[in-house]
Design a protein. Structure first.
Length: 272
């Protein structure tokens, strides 16, 4: 299977994505019992269609619903599992895998606000929501920050690692504080705030402000592990994020023994 997708990835990179989609469907027919089918949309984006949802991505995406469902529950719902009727705010929604799982958890009486700042990634998120019929998900293309204004989003070639940058060189998107956004949307109670925004969490957490009283549980991804690998020291955010969350009244827990380095940098918080 690894050889199939090694060849497929090379074909994808030289513009033969539709051929890759056919190869993937054939390769996964037995593994998924025919449940996963792959195609390419009019924009050239990869579509992974499954009974539970369809995921749209700019790069090859073959993960099954069961696979990313379990990943979302372990990563983001360890501190609190959303239930029917809850409101979840999904910051750094990417292409929509988390939105799918959250949508199914909160059901038709709940809601998911999925925020993705990068326009190209947001286009995939929006199409994932549409194709999956997630009527309880509201996708927004904005950057969360400490104040209102404009943010520059760096495009580093991967929908997984786009982040806010200072100065020029990125794509401009509207910047909002979470406090003002929730007030505008008239969201009075948030059961879970999930945040994964590649180093910009220090600004976004600062922008929670008085809205913390409306947010019962948080899972905030910091990125110190990237700084420790020799990447930008600006990604070292835990020492700033932790006291801010505590000042908002959250009791924090971490998972220092988790096998994934990035999860060891998560803060799981709940209000008294």
């Amino acid at each position: 299977m690894s050889l199939v997708f090694s060849v497929g990835d090379r074909l994808d990179r030289v513009g033969l994505r539709r051929l890759v989609a056919r190869l993937a469907t054939q390769a996964y027919r037995r593994r998924s019992r025919g449940k996963q089918k792959f195609s390419v949309d009019r924009e050239g984006r990869w579509v992974n269609c499954q009974p539970e949802a369809s995921v749209v991505s700019p790069t090859i995406h073959t993960t099954s619903y069961a696979g990313f469902h379990d990943w979302v529950l372990d990563n983001w719902c360890w501190g609190y599992l959303p239930k029917e009727g809850d409101v979840v705010v999904d910051v750094g929604a990417g292409i929509g895998e988390e939105a799918i799982v959250f949508s199914h958890l909160v059901g038709p009486t709940g809601g998911v606000i999925s925020i993705e700042a990068h326009p190209a990634t947001f286009a995939c998120l929006k199409e994932t929501v549409r194709r999956s019929g997630l009527t309880n998900v509201t996708p927004l293309c904005i950057a969360l920050s400490s104040t209102e204004g404009v943010a520059q989003i760096a495009d580093v070639g991967s929908h997984l690692t786009s982040s806010i940058v200072i100065g020029s060189g990125g794509t401009e998107v509207p910047a909002r504080s979470l406090a003002s956004l929730l007030a505008e949307l008239d969201v009075r109670n948030v059961a879970l705030l999930k945040m994964n925004i590649e180093g910009a969490e220090r600004l976004a957490v600062r922008g929670i402000g008085p809205a913390a009283q409306r947010i019962a549980n948080v899972c905030i991804s910091c990125h110190d592990f990237l700084a420790e690998r020799g990447e930008d020291e600006a990604l070292r955010t835990k020492r700033e994020v932790e006291p801010m969350l505590e000042s908002f009244g959250y009791r924090l827990r971490t998972r220092p023994d988790h096998s994934d380095a990035w999860v060891r940098d998560y803060f799981y918080g709940s209000r008294a």
